[in-house]
Design a protein around this ligand. Sequence first.
Ligand code: 4IA
Length: 401
Amino acid sequence: MTSPEAPVRTEQQVPSLAGDPFGETVLSDPFEFQRELRERGPVVYLPEYGVYGMGRYEEVRAALVNWQAFLSGNGVGVNPARQHPKSAILELDPPDHDAPRHTLEPLLGPRRLARFKDEWVDKAEALVDELVQREHVDAVSDLAEAFPLSVFPDAIGISDEGRESLLLYSDHLFNLFGPHNALVERGQAAFPEIASRIEDQVHRDALAPDGFGSELWEAADHGDITGELAGGLVRSLLIAGIDTTVHSLGAIIEAFLSAPDQWQALRADPRRARVAFDEAVRWASPVQTFFRTASRDVVVGDATVPEGEKILMFLGSANRDPRRWHDPDSFDLNRDPSGHVGFGMGIHRCVGQHVARLEAECVLHALARRVSRIEPAGEPSLHLNNTLRGWKTLPVRLVPA
Ligand code: 4IA
């Protein structure tokens, strides 16, 4: 070897950023912290947790597609493993990741989803018909929660029992990707009971025929995946498939409240619903962050993240990085939001995004034909979560067209 080894750098040589990305202050208003994070450099040390962080689009995107250097198998939370069985897909690296991914992907692909379309359109239209007649609507409970809960558990094939617990269940698991803070503390008492009821629903006998759940168990019968993975993937659908769509539907309403002219643009051409959904996911990033682990010393910019260290990927920051996006804080149907990292990127990119898109399109089409204006009707309140960004309440008036 004639070429000298690159000097191994430690966290001291990486710029450092004080502050708690999971604290109430930053979760309530993450934008200043994220701006600071991007300004400090392509990779930054976060002394509060002894982890690294990335907030610029280019490096976040590059890390997400580089699964060899940035592992998921060590858990995508701050702790080495979540206090719950490791995800059967999200927290696996190749080759373990391949079978569950290849099994789930076609089940949730556009071709197989087409069978739900007519029913979901009808449900969205009936829901919006009812909401436009009300004086006050909470866009969270009445719309953003109501619609996914009316279609997705059915599509999985789970029984009615315990549906009200689904939001609490996944909210707590999303909190568990973060540190053991007050948010985790608050959810702990109720969790074991909720979780055990939900565990009962992932077994094949509990699942209705023809749903995603039964299809996963059939894949196990064919030997594509183990029975343990089949149950694990049903659990993944329950964890990742509801809160995420709830908060993205909430973000769509928030986005149109922030930009009423964009609502008129959508009404003028409802075919823009698809781009509206992706732009809302870019703009709001309902999944704000998750971790990777360096499989070796990894050079990022002119710094090195040492092997074994956790790196927090700030998806929300990357999606508003002015180095990549013009006027990133504005919700704009005229931009091309493709390439945003709100669904992740690379081998772990959101496998459920076609489901989310179909749900959002059904809701947006129903709204676009029935609602002339979306107006604020009171103070909204944020829902804090270590991973998710969204609203607890979003009072609106849907002015009938
Ligand atoms: C799982 C990041 C997110 C949307 C997600 C959360 C949990 C799981 C998958 C994805 O438990 O598999």
